[in-house]
Write a protein that binds this ligand. Structure first.
Ligand SMILES: [Zn+2]
Length: 73
């Protein structure tokens, strides 16, 4: 369960992508839904925010210069 995440952060999910090339995902879209991209093969998975927060294990790396709020919504 994570709360502090943002666009372009690298995250680790509880389950790796079946391609098994990488443990990490990048957040590529944050709206009502969240899209994450497998860092191994580039596959994109979309899910709703509550589902994402449940499945996300931890934030590995914060994207630079995304401070707090104020992102482009
Ligand atoms: Zn993959």
């Amino acid at each position: 369960m994570v709360e502090n995440y943002g666009l372009y952060d690298i995250v680790q999910m509880k389950k790796d992508h079946p391609c098994r090339k990488s443990h990490y995902w990048k957040i590529v879209r944050m709206g009502v839904d969240i899209k994450i991209k497998c860092e191994g093969c580039g596959a994109i998975v979309m899910m709703e925010r509550p589902e994402f927060e449940r499945k996300c294990k931890k934030v590995i790396e914060k994207a630079e210069k995304t401070s707090d709020q104020g992102s482009d919504l």
